[in-house]
Design a protein around this ligand. Structure first.
Ligand code: ZN
Length: 286
């Protein structure tokens, strides 16, 4: 282990390092729950100071690149978002990039595995939905879960649509379906305490997990009912109707995403169909 590096400029993750005990230099492994910058922003700097290995699920590896992945115009157009509305979105991406330092060496994890430590072991459980590589860390002897973003104490996590371009066209992950499966798995586990990625600890979390499942299921039914009453819509138009036009800036992107993941699950369930009109996805009930 070398001498300490000088402090990096503020905003590159150094603000977190003063909380690391006994010291950042004693860290051997850095486990990332997923590849969002608010969860890996300090990992590169911590690695440079400690020589620790950084671990992340293989499906989130591409997300921890320094440049990030700005929302692609083709995908935004496909969701029906007009070009003049897209203008505000790029800024948020660049702001997030500012906080993510580069990570040099990363070890990927696959599905579920157990990681041994000196006095205990942690189960790494792949639970996609919020992110395709999202992984939670479970300490069975203590019934303790480090949940990343999959369960948060005060807000309901967004299942985020993830895109790939295939020869057949745009393909999206079934994020909401994955989220419901992941939460169902959590509901069946023995968990006394959750330490989430944001906010305070969650004690006796069973009730909260079940309430999140109920929320997503209700939103799915609401989306179905709305689409049935309005007739065919693209995700952007349906989001505006659902949220009654109260949306501004980056919230539009989140609202369209939320609408889209619900529509995708309805298609998967055979209750809606999707067709392409001038590069835009239009959905209608069956
Ligand atoms: Zn996240």
């Amino acid at each position: 282990m070398g001498l300490p590096h000088p402090l990096p400029p503020r905003g590159k993750g150094n603000i977190h390092l003063c909380f690391v005990r006994p010291s950042p230099f004693s860290i051997k492994r850095i486990l990332l729950t997923h590849g969002h910058v608010d969860h890996f922003g300090a990992a590169g700097e911590l690695q440079r100071r400690s020589g620790a290995k950084v671990l992340i699920h293989s499906e989130d590896l591409s997300k921890i690149k320094p440049a990030g992945e700005p929302a692609d115009e083709i995908y935004l157009h496909n969701a029906g978002i007009p070009r003049d509305v897209m203008v505000g979105f790029g800024k948020a991406d660049r702001m997030m990039d500012h906080f993510g330092g580069s990570i040099e060496k990363v070890k990927t994890i696959g599905g579920n595995e157990t990681l041994e430590f000196e006095h205990f072991s942690l189960q790494l459980l792949h639970m996609p939905g919020h992110s395709s590589g999202h992984t939670v860390f479970y300490w069975p002897e203590k019934n303790l879960l480090l949940s990343g973003d999959i369960v948060l104490p005060t807000i309901t996590t967004n299942p985020l649509a993830e895109y790939t371009m295939t020869p057949a066209g745009i393909k999206r992950s079934l994020s909401l379906g994955q989220m419901l499966d992941s939460l169902q798995q959590l509901a069946e586990m023995k968990i006394d305490l959750i330490l989430p990625g944001h906010g305070s600890r969650i004690e006796n979390p069973g009730e909260l997990i079940n309430s999140r499942i109920a929320f997503y299921r209700q939103r799915l039914e609401d989306t179905y009912s709305l689409l049935k009453s309005t007739g065919p819509q693209n995700p952007y138009r349906l989001a505006l109707i659902y949220f009654k036009g109260r949306l501004k800036g980056f919230d539009i992107l989140l609202a369209v995403n939320e609408t889209l993941v619900n529509l995708d699950l309805l298609v998967y369930q055979g209750r809606a169909i999707e067709e392409q009109i001038d590069g835009v996805s239009v959905f209608g009930v069956v």
